[in-house]
Design a protein around this ligand. Sequence first.
Ligand code: AMP
Ligand code: MG
Length: 419
Amino acid sequence: MLTVEEALEKILGEVDTLEAESVPILDTLGQVLAEDIRSKINVPPLDNSAMDGYAVRSEDTRNAGEKTPKYLKVIDTVMAGSISKKEVAPGTAIRIMTGAPIPAGANGVVQFEHTDEAKNKDNTRVGVLEEIRPGQNMRKAGEDIKTGATILRKGTVIRPAEIGLIASLGYNKARVIRRPVVAVLSTGNELVELGNPLPEGKIYDSNLYSIAALVKKYGCVPKILGITHDHEAETADKIKQAQDADMLLTTGGVSMGDYDIVKDILARDHKMIFWQVKVKPGKPLAFGKIKGRDKNGGERGIPHLGLPGNPVSCMVGFELFVRPALLKMMGKKNYDKPIVTAIMEETIKNDSGRRLYDRAVVEKREGHYYAQLTGPQGSGVLSSMSLANGLVLIPEEKTIKKGENVQALMLDWNEEVNL
Ligand code: AMP
Ligand code: MG
């Protein structure tokens, strides 16, 4: 049976980064830039005022002070977005608002607070109460971005600041690695679609929703295939509906039971790469490639992860094996969830022969992380997954005693966190 690391290596070896596409910038949040972005303009485009005040010639303010005002003639007012047609000649000033281009002749700005503006009723003249250095209270053209400069490099993960930066250059689209489309299919005779009454012996299909939500959380696009019964022809047919997707995720049907047919269909009609991993929860994970189509109608292998049916097992399996594969497809370089060392607050015995990933609440107190289990660890107890913010890793055949250190994988922290 493969270890977690071996299984992940096999999966990553079978998935490739997807192609790039050009999309409106607001849609690129969280995606990876597929091109360098260069600026065709200066930002800001012109020297402009950093303050509300008066544009002046610095030499006209020499020796100005609270008790020795220098009086200048006010010849115009200019606001952001407009350009004054006047020139600041010796002995004159132009009233200027933040962001407005510096008028010709001026080389500095005195802010209102350092003039007699508040007391002065005569708006044809202003008293300057401080010396202004050349360039003072001005933003220089190209101070943020210079024409021709490379502003963002290919491979950058786009955050709101990058979207703003791209917008400031005037581009409304950017080339990014496209989002994988992930088909999601639940298998099981016991499953009932939401919105219907629950007959005796049945359960609602929650996996479809938790797994599709994880797909969305990591920036991919779920394609909902719904529920299939534990019936060979029906399931084989549903699997075929994933032929245009970039990945297929099924839940259930990969254990040892009589009706666990997903792995059999994968092995018979497609290609099974491995089945079972030394992990708890989630041992019966199946991985392979189903026959799919590319854009030109040619053949293409589509990665299929057959996740176990238990609601916790499939979510943990997703975090450990699906998430890194999707991040690779999206062109990301960091697949690792942040791991912190925490002090375990109760004893955990692992005699399963598999690596244990137990649900835990990890908290920082007085400079140390502490981990506490969220309650019963049965792989059907989804409420304890909801309470958790991390998974504590218990190595094979090891007991972690209360007070000992444990490694905790932080589910709620993103991959970009640099510890
Ligand atoms: P299986 O791996 O198919 O044997 O499923 C194991 C158990 O997981 C089933 O007995 C159900 O209790 C549960 N289960 C399977 N599929 C789902 C689902 N889509 N939603 C909620 N629970 C499920
Ligand atoms: Mg089943």
